[in-house]
Design a protein around this ligand. Structure first.
Ligand code: F0G
Length: 448
């Protein structure tokens, strides 16, 4: 059989609420044209993020009932620790309430003003947390990733020569850690090859700089390695993931992505002194080290999710269904970041709406129109989110895990192709109000 099906059936459903275009126009005006400020009840299909939006399995819900809510030494913590050790072999496993809490603790312990932290591409919260310590967050993506239309198998990697030059320029004392984000979220959800992970790790070890993975989507990355990197076709996703982790000294992880959990994160390291420092900070702001700001039941859900995510049938379906959305719009002339990524499709709005200049936010204009036209929520990943650091003006359609069916995706395809037919009518936006950090979450816009 050729058809790749959803490898699950649906046991519990949530109704979706339809709204009229007139109602949506009013919601947009009230929200200052920022889709983060629209009530979720007024969204039909929510592709804002794949984070914390997964459907949990029957096994995860059952495990939640078994959650041990003891303040210290909870059985659920040991269950999670065993699952993480089995997968990553990291010696210290610290739960946190989500990924950015792990980032904040790690960077607070390692970074100081004047330092530089290289990454293939920092995600927004990662960049903000590095820079909050006074250090500078630097992106070293591969040159080939600048062209959204190029077809490379592993466009998400780091430019290793640029990393060498950076170390030569700043000196190893100014670089407290090197990070690699798998898959590369801000870089179009593109995977990183095992060869690139190994090469970055070799440079880090040679210069004795700690090497960390931001591994939110490690399982999707492992599947791409299996599909695309010579030599891995007969490896299980778990074996590939283990090898990825073996090159690193630690990781930050958001369990809201590749652990099917609605909340949670992890901070792992092999360095005992650092782990102690991290736990001291954890106690100050997150909680005791055997729960880290989570309930025992959350720890259970993450432990189960880490196993389920590596199921080959699930990963085959996941990557195929994202590709389905990508190909159906790209093959009809809508430019996307090629090839389709793991968790999301990114429309190259700069290319799609060439009449709207960068400073008038073409991807925001498309996000607003997709909501007004069809009730679909997406997110701008361009100059609104990254200011002058933005390399491209992208609109991300992130696909929650195990949540939407193929007909939902067909509806999204139809909506995008209808907008394409009249795209010259779309206009740009200006920002009228914005906060100091992470402005995309709360700024307000005015249409031009
Ligand atoms: N790193 C990456 C690569 C991410 O994509 C995210 C979150 C984080 C770190 C932070 O994790 O949300 O648990 O604190 N990305 C979400 C997204 C928000 O929509 O892509 P968190």
């Amino acid at each position: 059989m050729q058809t790749i099906i959803e490898p699950f059936r649906i046991k519990s459903v949530e109704p979706l609420r339809k709204t009229t275009p007139g109602e949506r126009a009013a919601f947009l005006e009230k929200a200052g044209y920022n889709l983060f400020l629209i009530d979720a009840d007024n969204i039909l299909i929510d592709l804002l993020t794949d984070s914390g939006t997964s459907a949990m399995s029957t096994e995860q819900w059952a495990a939640m009932m078994r959650g041990d809510e003891s303040y210290a030494g909870s059985r659920s913590y040991f269950r999670l620790k065993t699952a993480v050790e089995d997968l990553t072999a990291f010696r210290h496993v610290i739960p946190t309430h989500q990924g950015r809490a792990a980032e904040r603790i790690l960077f607070t312990c390692l970074c100081k003003p004047g330092d530089v932290v290289p990454n293939n591409t920092h995600f927004d919260t990662t960049r903000a947390n590095v820079e909050f310590t006074g250090a500078k967050a630097l992106d070293l993506p591969l040159a080939e990733s600048a062209d959204t239309q190029s077809q490379g198998p592993f466009k998400g990697g780091m430019d290793v020569d640029a990393l060498e030059r950076l170390i030569a320029e700043h000196g190893r004392e100014r670089i407290p850690l090197i990070m690699l984000t798998v898959t590369n979220n801000s870089g179009g959800g593109q995977p990183v090859s095992m060869a690139n992970i190994e090469a970055v790790s070799a440079v880090a070890r040679r210069h004795q700089i700690p090497f960390y993975l931001d591994c939110c989507r490690f399982a999707e990355n492992a599947w791409f390695i299996r599909e695309r990197e010579p030599g891995y076709q007969n490896w299980s996703p778990k074996r590939i993931a283990r090898r990825m982790f073996s090159f690193a000294d630690g990781c930050t992880f958001s369990a809201k992505k590749d652990a099917f959990a609605n909340i949670g994160g992890l901070l792992c390291t092999n360095d005992p002194a650092l782990a102690q420092q991290e736990k001291n900070l954890l106690i100050l702001t997150e909680g005791f080290p055997t729960y880290g700001g989570l309930a025992g039941r959350d720890l259970e859900a993450i432990a189960i999710g880490l196993e389920e995510i590596l199921d080959p049938d699930y990963l085959e379906y996941r990557i195929a269904s994202t590709r389905y959305l990508g190909r159906h719009i790209a093959d009809h002339g809508v430019p996307i970041v090629e090839p389709p990524g793991g968790h999301a499709i990114y429309i190259d709005a700069g290319r799609f709406l060439p009449h709207i200049p960068k400073h008038e936010f073409p991807a925001q204009s498309l996000a607003v129109e997709l909501y007004r036209h069809a009730g679909i929520r997406s997110v701008e990943i361009g100059s609104v989110m990254f200011g002058e650091h933005a390399r491209n003006e992208l609109l991300r359609l992130a696909i929650p895990r195990r949540v939407y069916t193929q007909s939902h995706i067909d509806y999204v395809v139809e909506a995008i192709l209808e907008i394409e037919a009249r795209k010259s009518e779309l206009r740009g936006y200006v920002i009228t109000e914005q906060p100091e950090f992470l402005r995309h979450f709360s700024c307000r816009f005015r249409p031009l």
